[in-house]
Ligand binder design. Structure first.
Ligand SMILES: NC(=O)c1ccc[n+]([C@@H]2O[C@H](COP(=O)([O-])OP(=O)(O)OC[C@H]3O[C@@H](n4cnc5c(N)ncnc54)[C@H](OP(=O)(O)O)[C@@H]3O)[C@@H](O)[C@H]2O)c1
Length: 309
């Protein structure tokens, strides 16, 4: 990497934005995605919108059978039809799944028959007020952490058979956060949605690292997409969107590393890493954010207990 690239990457803005993607894309290896995923089964949560939609479409274009897991039947159906409109022979299936509800995760997995090669934990939220699900969990925590953990765990037997992959979409927002379990669960005096979100994204990365150690036959990856123009950014971060809308990545650019992590053959053997634009990156560019081993174990115990492990 040249000095100018290092400087631009250190700026964050010119790394997370679309100029960063296009600069990083110069080092991509085109043959990585010249693969056929025919016969592979991929599940994508939050597949009806933004990055999940873009990833689902790209994976279907590579020949995968893609299961769109969406919380709203009509939005899911519209997404499926939109992909089919562009890819008439795409192998697509729609399932209703609200990942924030553990009972719904159980219902979905019990009714899902057949193999799973790749699970993409993409669905995510950034609410600005503290709300709890009917199961009693703060909504950001339930959607971004507990549901994906329960889904990963329940699908593990299938993923083990396939020596499959789990790709979880985190966020660069987590770089500023040190794990704090009380904040993560919404046990706070004053709720800050951006902090709560970043805590869940930090937790996703730690859990993926822990999964990688516990289950070496499955490849666990997290990726952050930089800044992409999606409905979530427009509605959850309106001020940020106002200032950055001219430089945001497209959803396809934001989802590129998801597709690469799901499909690229040369990933085999690399598990538990955080990726950005197809490169493994540090999970702690700011050293004060490093959690202790005890905190990591406490996080695992917390999610196991909350998901009925
Ligand atoms: N865009 C960015 O710049 C950016 C940056 C960092 C990280 N991310 C991450 O990227 C992922 C995708 O976000 P996006 O930007 O593509 O936003 P998006 O377009 O709003 O997509 C979010 C998806 O998640 C779904 N979802 C939310 N709660 C759900 C639940 N309880 N059960 C099932 N699905 C649920 C949404 O469904 P509905 O349509 O029904 O609401 C939607 O399909 C998220 O994890 C987000 O944190 C995005």
């Amino acid at each position: 990497m040249g000095a100018l690239d290092s400087l631009l990457d250190a700026s964050v803005v010119f790394s997370f934005d679309r100029s960063g993607f296009r600069r990083h894309a110069r080092r991509f290896v085109a043959s990585d995605l010249q693969v056929s995923l025919a016969g592979k089964v991929v599940l994508v949560t939050g597949a009806n919108s933004g990055l999940g939609f873009a990833a689902s479409k790209a994976l279907a274009a590579l020949g995968a059978t893609v299961h769109l897991l969406c919380r709203d039947e009509a939005r899911g159906r519209a997404a499926l039809e939109a992909i089919r409109g562009q890819l008439p022979s795409a192998q697509l299936h729609l399932h209703r799944l609200d990942v924030s509800r553990l009972a719904d995760v159980r219902r979905f997995v019990e009714g899902f028959h057949g193999p799973v090669d790749v699970l993409v934990n993409n669905a995510g939220v950034l609410p600005d007020t503290l709300t709890r699900t009917d199961e009693g969990h703060e909504v950001t925590f339930a959607t971004n952490v507990l549901g994906p953990h329960a889904l990963t765990k329940a699908l593990l037997p299938k993923l083990l058979v396939a020596k499959g992959r789990v790709v979880t979409v985190t966020s660069g927002g987590m770089f500023t956060q040190k794990l704090e379990l009380d904040v993560l669960q919404g046990n706070v005096q004053a709720f800050d949605g951006v902090v709560a979100y970043a805590q869940t994204k930090r937790a996703e990365v730690i859990l993926s690292e822990l999964w990688a150690v516990k289950q070496p036959d499955v490849t666990f990856s997290t990726m952050h997409p930089g800044w992409a123009d999606t409905p979530a950014v427009r509605s959850s971060l309106p001020t940020f969107y106002k200032w950055t809308k001219g430089i945001l990545r497209t959803p396809e650019e934001g989802a590129d590393t998801v597709v690469w992590l799901a499909a690229a053959p040369r990933l085999d053997g690399k598990s538990g890493l955080l990726w950005f634009d197809r490169e493994a990156v540090s999970t702690h560019p700011l050293s004060f954010t490093k959690e202790s081993e005890a905190d990591r174990e406490a996080l695992w115990a917390l999610v196991e207990s909350a998901t009925g492990g």
